[in-house]
Design a protein around this ligand. Sequence first.
Ligand code: SAM
Length: 271
Amino acid sequence: TSFGFKEVDKEEKEGMVREVFLKVAPTYDLMNDIMSAGVHRIWKDSIVSKLGVFPGMIHVDVAGGTGDIGFRSLSALRAAETSARDSSFHAPNVGPKPGRIIICDINSHMLVEGKRRAAHLDLTNSTDRQGNRLATINFKEGNAENLPLDDGSVDLYTIVFGLRNVTDTLAALKDARRVLKPGGKLICMEFSSVRNESLRTFYEAYSFGVIPLMGELIAQDERSYQYLVESIRMFPRQVELEEIMREAGFKCVAHENLTGGVVALHSGFRI
Ligand code: SAM
């Protein structure tokens, strides 16, 4: 079975996606804020409570771009590890090994931007002022369809506003399952389909009319933003994506809608 972008061939889509994110990398964060009126931050914040962070966790954020999800997860993970350490009788650094966040993206320009932000936010230290080891963050270039990670090596896999850019959705989900440990969790956040008719009318007018225009005005790049909007329209709807997750071998698959289905959060487990 092939899902999404059926009429564009694989190489063409990969080349197109690469070019889009290469061009938008420097203005990517600013554009997100402007186009979603800051709402993407609320969507991304809402994922943190779903991550199920625990001390020593290994989390890969695929299509992690400039680090929005990875940085949120790192803060939650460090907080969990600090409180576990403070409430234990162990001497410093005797407890479990600190966890690790891996931000993986196919586009090195997005990762460069992410590394710059991590340094700026002072997230790159591996010890705190008292000398305690901290969870770390690393950046890795790689394709979601063929991740540079070992089988059964991560506790949590997230992909946020990334899956619709991947050429073969099913292949990416199968590879997600491969890298997860048994019991590991997948979370996907992606634009989805709006049920309510008035909200849908407004949303379509906004995305097809306003977004490419803003792309042109702010980033001087209407075509890239046109692509983003079209890729949203082509992506499988809520229940279709659940089906593809099951086909990839995920269990306990579920989704919840945010903002009336503008965005959906899918989850599943490797059992
Ligand atoms: N997750 C980040 C966020 O929410 O801000 C970035 C989302 S951005 C819309 C999509 C990202 O997917 C880009 O950084 C792009 O380079 C990456 N990407 C596209 N195709 C990919 C693939 N096959 N494998 C890994 N990353 C990919």
